[in-house]
Design a protein around this ligand. Structure first.
Ligand SMILES: C[S@@+](CC[C@H](N)C(=O)[O-])C[C@H]1O[C@@H](n2cnc3c(N)ncnc32)[C@H](O)[C@@H]1O
Length: 292
């Protein structure tokens, strides 16, 4: 069912200086081919299309079309698939190539995953079968697979080669250590920096709860950016001052984003704290998981 008019604020992007170089608030250009991943109710993709009119948009949903319609009273299914340059795919699991093997390889400039989160698993044996793996590690592994598959399958090597993950800087998301941990063992794709995510740039977008018909209000988000094009070669570096990683170096703890520490003793006190010990466990578990 579409959103009622009071909720849906369709907004057509009009810019007096409209050209293929027009910069959007999230770094997007109209001539890009964009793939969205895990769009809960398709309201992000619909808003992105309405506002920015990219050259091509493929919107994907993890759930089947029926599950989506049953889960969310209001959704944006009817707003997409209305144009030859749009495509909507259901049952698309970014970790599983069998669910997207019909997608044309290497055909996108940008892949976006908004507020990723592994779903609750209905199979009670799931975690048992996965050994001692925590939900924290599962979420990191989801994001790692996303980045690897972007690089190997989705992104055009001659295109922009951009991956965006928007998430929140509060627990439990901040405990995924997105800026640092995900770089581990990724040879061909590098973290470039972040930009604030402003939901008011996407009228009609409702950030969805992963398993329930609820949406999250006024979420402060951060969009983290990766690319296999690095250095000053990338337009995004030249055009927009990205926020660099913070809390790097000896005087800081990059896991917990703590510091500066005034002395070695101060740092060691932090490293004995419960918070740090937990983060260390998450880091160790993730390191083991990606080795296997
Ligand atoms: C918190 S919801 C956010 C939904 C939507 N992106 C939004 O911003 O409203 C997390 C989303 O991640 C999706 N997701 C989880 N695992 C996924 C996977 N393996 N492949 C694709 N999507 C996945 C879920 O289906 C869910 O829609």
């Amino acid at each position: 069912m579409p959103y009622p008019a009071a909720i849906r604020k369709t907004y057509i992007y009009q810019d007096s200086n409209s050209s293929s170089d027009t910069l959007a608030p999230m770094f997007l250009k109209p001539n890009w081919r964009i793939l969205t991943i895990g769009d809960g109710d398709l309201s992000f993709s619909a808003s992105l299309w309405n506002r920015f009119k990219p050259a091509q948009l493929t919107a994907t949903v993890f759930d089947s079309q029926q599950t989506l319609a049953d889960k969310y009273q209001y959704h944006s299914i009817g707003q997409l698939n209305t144009n030859a340059n749009q495509q909507v795919l259901f049952g698309f699991d970014v970790t599983n190539p069998d669910t997207w093997n019909h997608l044309k390889k290497h055909s996108f400039d940008l892949v976006i995953f908004q507020f990723p989160l592994v779903p609750a698993f209905s199979d009670p044996n799931y975690f048992h079968n996965m050994g001692d793996i925590s939900i924290n590690t599962l979420n990191r592994l989801l994001l790692r697979k996303f980045l690897i598959h972007c690089n190997e399958f989705f992104l055009d090597p001659n295109g922009q080669q951009l991956c965006y993950i928007t998430s929140k800087d509060v627990k439990p998301y901040s405990e995924w250590n997105i800026e640092n941990s995900l770089n581990r063992g990724l040879k061909h794709i590098k973290y470039l920096g972040s930009m604030p995510f402003n939901i008011s740039d996407f009228p009609g977008y409702k950030i969805r709860n992963v398993d329930r018909d609820k949406h999250v209000k006024d979420t402060q988000g951060i969009t983290y950016i990766w690319s296999s094009k690095t250095g000053n070669k990338h337009d995004i570096i030249k055009s927009r001052g990205l926020i660099a990683k913070s809390h790097q170096g000896e005087k800081y703890c990059e896991f917990c984003k703590a510091g500066p520490f005034v002395s070695a003793g101060d740092k060691s006190l932090h490293e004995r704290s419960k918070k740090h010990q937990l983060m260390q466990q998450y880091e160790d578990q993730y390191a083991r998981a990606i080795e296997t």
